[in-house]
Design a protein around this ligand. Sequence first.
Ligand SMILES: [Zn+2]
Ligand SMILES: [Zn+2]
Length: 283
Amino acid sequence: MNTIKLNNGEELDSTYIIDTIDGVFGFILQSWGPKDRNPEYAKAMEQILSRLIESNVPFINVYVISRNLAKAFPNINDRAIKINGVTNINPTYKNPHDLRLEIGREVAAIKEKPSQNSKGGNRFKRVLIHAPLLSKTDWDLIARGESIDLYKPTVDDKKVDHIVLALQGQEIEEPRGTSKPEKISVTSDTFFRDPLVKAWVLKNANGICEACQLPAPFTRTDGSPYLEVHHLLPLSEGGRDTIDNALAVCPNCHRKFHYGDNKISFAEDVQTKVSRLSQSNDS
Ligand SMILES: [Zn+2]
Ligand SMILES: [Zn+2]
């Protein structure tokens, strides 16, 4: 059983688990139990809240996950507490002590049925705290009182994109940035690419994007039209480096193939219009 630690390493009499409950991943602070289980629950909760603030967590969601409430409200979103009318709770909204009290009041306000008096008292309700971006390792560090900084520059592009997404819709102060970004050399697997395939596809397109049919948006310094080559089935997913799996596209369309919300239908559409492309990639 994991216990929450004070900053000096001393253990609190309060335990936690990290788990996914009803589809939501997060940190479960074991409640102040019957028979005086987890008596230092409140103190532990305040430690966690203050560390979430130090970690720059943009917001948290707090869900009540007690079994009887889960029966009454099967959808976990109906058990998300609201502070100031919203479920995305800014941890810096109040000091950790007052925020903990307010969370406690909101948790207590969630009842199975309005008429029903809960036995055992609402203080026994279990809660799950979800914070965007926090992994299991991060949560363990937070429970132990080791600091993490979510916005620390990282070489992990996926992590950067993940943070950027989580921050859309949040207020962001003008960042100072990094005047001298650190660098590191990394090794990665890449595929051998056939220059003839790329050259043929570009030449065949003759400066026109094979997806949107518009001319290349600009020319290179040598005067040739700028198009990129996209593999319908990525090489990393077993795609072939052949002309029936590669097409010349403008940068916009290329991004759309990779990031568009309708990228699957977009690709299918292009596939039916360009007869050269293999209609099924498993042949
Ligand atoms: Zn295009
Ligand atoms: Zn591509």
